[in-house]
Structure formats: C-alpha cells, structure tokens
Write a protein that binds this ligand. Structure first.
Ligand code: AP5
Length: 211
C-alpha cells in the first residue's frame, strides 16, 4: 500500500505517519527527515538543501525525485510505504506517478490532514525534535533526551516564526494545487480532521483506509 500524507506544516504528518506505518507494518519515508540527516552529515545534497529549508522554502523537485527513486527501489519499500511530505508540488506528484507506474504500482490514497492555522502555529512554536531519530515532542525543553533513542532534543530552525509563516505560504501556493491535481486524476483522497487527541486521529486515519 502506498499512502501519501498531505497537510500543512505541524498538522501531525510525522506523528501520525509513524503510527500508521507501524499499524500497516510498512516503512514511513519522510523527505524532511532524509534532508535533515543529509544536512547533519554535511553531504553535498545536505549543503544544497539547507538554505531552502532554514528559510521555509521547498528544495528543488529534482532533489526530491532523486531521493524517491532510491527509496522506492529499496527492498524495505516493496510491501508499501507511508510517504510523509514527499509530494509538495504538482511536478513532484507527476514524477512520483511515473516512477510508480514503471514499477507497476500506484498511490493508493492521499491522506489529507486538515487543521486550522492557529493550532499549527501553537504546535510548531512548542515543538522540539530528536536530532538523531527526528521524533517530534511537545512541551519538552531543548537539550533533554529523546525517550526512543536517547538523542538530544533540539528546536528546528524552520520552527522560528518567520519560517513558519513562509512554510504556510508555500503550502497554500505550491502544495494545495496537488490536491486539485489528485482530484482531476480521480485518485483517492481521504480528508481527516487532524485536531484533537493523537489516538483518535490515528483511528480516523485507519478508518479512512478501510472505507
Ligand atoms: P518536513 O520535515 O516535512 O516539515 P513539514 O511538512 O513542514 O511538516 P512538519 O514536520 O513541520 O510537521 P508535521 O506535519 O510532520 O507535524 P508533527 O508530527 O511534527 O519538511 C521540512 C522542509 O524540508 C520543508 O520546508 C522543505 O524545505 C524540505 N522538504 C521536505 N520535503 C520536501 C519536498 N517533498 N519538496 C520540497 N522540499 C521538501 O507535529 C508537530 C508538533 O505537534 C509536534 O510537536 C507534535 O508533537 C505535535 N502534535 C502532533 N499531533 C498532535 C496533536 N494531535 N495534538 C497536539 N499536538 C500534536
């Protein structure tokens, strides 16, 4: 099963993606996590992506499609994958569709997280993430240890107010058109209310796949 998670920054794609992946026993692939790991390692890809990411802008489509090509060919993705934040522009959606078609596969569902801006800003302003495994936390101070791997919790540079505003603008202008594109191509779009309790949101998402 191939599921693409769509939704604005802070909607909970990372949080829910992890849970859904566990439930479906398939890997979660997040381009943001792949890029942040490349930045930390100081690879050529990471150095090229850093300035875009820190400012809240998208990295070029060619970089993302390159990452996706590698990921989809890997043995771990053969049963399926939860793609978190992978498709953020119409050219990316088109590119992914072509890659999947070459493998005899397709996107089974676009899972769209819907939530209002005030809640997003509240969540992102209070977020820390593990610099090692990228697990997001709320209400935990930078410098404390990750429950999962013991890594250090840090604030993301793109969670500063100016970068959050820019990410929301980019989402409206470049990512929302993907929803129209998917509709035009008669693809399955499952909209879920992404506000409220984390467990309830997971149940809403799982229910959407079975309808
Ligand atoms: P990426 O890392 O994907 O960031 P994003 O899409 O902006 O999403 P976030 O990670 O900020 O939020 P989320 O929806 O995952 O929410 P989370 O679960 O953490 O991308 C970063 C950058 O990389 C992009 O700006 C771009 O530069 C680049 N990039 C990546 N992919 C790209 C692509 N395809 N094309 C081009 N560029 C790309 O939750 C947020 C917070 O809320 C957490 O603290 C969490 O604990 C908390 N929370 C979660 N659920 C709840 C709840 N139900 N109630 C209360 N709090 C909650």
């Amino acid at each position: 099963m191939i599921v693409v998670l769509l939704g604005p920054p802070g909607a909970g794609k990372g949080t829910q993606g992890e849970r859904i992946a566990q439930r479906l026993e398939i890997p979660k692939i997040a381009t943001g996590d792949v890029l942040r790991a490349a930045v930390r390692k100081g690879t050529e890809q990471g150095l090229a992506a850093k300035a875009y990411m820190d400012a809240g802008n998208l990295v070029p489509d060619s970089v993302i499609l390159g990452i996706m090509k590698e990921v989809l060919a890997s043995p771990s993705a053969q049963k399926g994958a939860i793609l978190d934040g992978v498709v953020r522009t119409v050219p990316q959606a088109e590119g992914l569709a072509v890659m999947l078609a070459e493998l005899g596969r397709k996107v089974d569902s676009f899972l769209l997280f819907e939530i209002d801006d005030d809640e997003l800003i509240r969540r992102l302003s209070g977020r820390t993430v593990c610099e090692n495994c990228q697990t997001p936390y709320s209400g935990r101070e930078p410098g404390t240890a990750c429950d999962k791997c013991g890594g250090k919790l840090v604030r993301r540079r793109d969670d500063e107010p100016e970068a959050i505003r820019q990410r929301l603008k980019v989402y409206r202008e470049q990512t929302e058109p993907v929803i129209r594109w998917a509709k035009e191509h008669k693809m399955k779009i499952d909209r879920i209310d992404a506000s409220g309790d984390r467990d309830e949101i997971t149940e809403r998402a799982m229910k959407a796949f079975t309808e």
